[in-house]
Design a protein around this ligand. Structure first.
Ligand SMILES: Cc1ncc(COP(=O)(O)O)c(C=O)c1O
Length: 397
């Protein structure tokens, strides 16, 4: 066997998202693309803002000498400075370019954080349901994922977090707006989380960091403003990217920002930069760094996703599905009317609707819908959702 036992095991426990995606490809081959309603993959379906294209063209027309060469592993200082300036505006905290490391998307950012902070056997607490890739990222760096329950409405369960903390705890990883639920953690719960971690860090004699995965930070609805963790816990690392807010998922550009109020900030940043180098990323894509520097105050039109959230949520509720109303990202995470989420997802599949069972996110009894698709796909799928609801006797409104 050429591959490692560990990777073989991971491949076999395969991602549900990938599995549904592959089944979808087969269905599309059989029924034609238009007749399959694919909500399996969270792939942003908007084009980047026009300013992005303008800047790209300008750069191609007037290239900067040396722009394709190696650079510092942390990224271009102009880009880091542009990001730091933006975060200063947001938080009033003294961020500088020295607190920012450019990364290969949020995924690259998470990997360098875990490489930088975890020793073998160290634990990262993750509220569930959660983005399954976390398990692999933590494991890549010798760490152990420690899942904790959230409340019925997917808000943070601080008692569960408190119980899970012990001497091996290095970080709590939170994701808001959340994949798969679309939930945003409110400011009160984040303040309480900050106080809890302060107290617990003292108790165990080791600093517990918050890793704040903000991959969807700009996809926020209902005029809500996303609470800023930097203001509530000094030992916070923000990891984000422009995959969703600028629709640049394939370009792999993101950053990690370390709070200037963090203990040992300099050492932490040096460790992140070193991890960028030795994990083989070396640095974030050069061309993208140049472009996003000028786009920190831009994003795709969030109303596009909000309108779809409204259309989908209202329709599913009217058929009797139980759903926590998402406040951001582009996912719905309804309860399945039967316990077996895989069987339920198969029912939807018989209507040519592709979704992902909740167990793919550590939460059976639910299913995830990624609605980053054309409105027509949603409209085409609604009769199928209604028929399946009726089959299970859900009471419409
Ligand atoms: C919660 C969450 N974190 C991180 C990522 C990775 O994002 P990126 O494309 O920036 O690596 C994703 C991608 O879907 C995600 O859903």
């Amino acid at each position: 066997m050429a591959i490692s036992t560990k990777v073989k095991g991971s491949l076999e426990s395969a991602s549900w998202i990938r599995k549904m995606f592959e089944e979808g490809e087969e269905m599309k081959r059989l029924h034609g693309d238009k007749n399959v309603f694919d909500f399996s993959l969270g792939n942003p379906d908007l084009e980047p803002p026009s300013l992005f294209k303008k800047k790209l063209k300008a750069l191609a027309d007037a290239p900067i000498s040396g722009m394709h060469r190696y650079m510092p592993n942390s990224g271009y200082s102009e880009t880091r400075k542009a990001i730091a300036d933006y975060i200063v505006e947001e938080t009033g905290l003294p961020f500088t370019e020295h607190h920012i490391v450019m990364t290969v998307g949020a995924a690259g950012g998470l990997n360098i954080i875990f490489k930088a902070i975890l020793d073998r056997g160290d634990e990262v607490i993750v509220p569930s349901p959660y983005f399954m890739e976390y398990r692999f990222y933590i494991d890549n760096c010798g760490g152990v994922i420690r899942l904790v329950e959230t409340h019925e409405d997917f808000s943070l369960n601080l008692t569960a977090i408190e119980k899970a903390i012990h001497e091996k705890t290095k970080a709590v990883l939170i994701n808001s707006p959340n994949n798969p639920t679309g939930v945003i953690y409110d400011v009160e719960s984040l303040k309480k989380l900050g106080s809890l971690l302060e107290k617990k860090s003292q108790e165990i004699g080791q600093r517990i960091h918050i890793v704040s995965d903000e991959a969807y930070r700009r996809l926020v609805f209902d005029k809500i403003s996303l609470p800023n963790l930097f203001q509530h816990y000094p030992h916070t690392l923000r990891v984000t990217s422009h995959s969703k807010d600028l629709s640049l998922a394939g370009e792999r550009i993101g950053y990690v920002a370390v709070s200037p109020l963090c203990e040992e900030t300099e050492e932490l940043v040096s460790a992140l930069v070193f991890a960028n180098r030795i994990l083989g990323f070396v640095n974030a894509p050069a061309l993208m760094q140049r472009l996003v520097a000028a786009l920190q105050r831009n994003s795709v039109d969030v109303r596009y996703y909000e309108e779809k959230r409204d259309l989908f949520y209202d329709a599913l509720r009217s058929y009797g599905y139980q759903i926590v109303k998402p406040q951001g990202a582009f996912y719905l995470f309804p309860k399945t009317p039967i316990e077996d989420d895989v069987a339920f997802v198969k029912d939807l599949q018989s209507k040519r609707i592709l979704t992902v069972p909740g167990r793919g996110f550590g939460k059976p009894g639910h299913f995830r819908i990624a609605y980053s698709v054309d409105k027509k796909v949603i409209e085409g799928a609604l009769p199928g959702f209604k028929e399946v609801a009726e089959k299970y006797g859900l009471k419409g409104r």
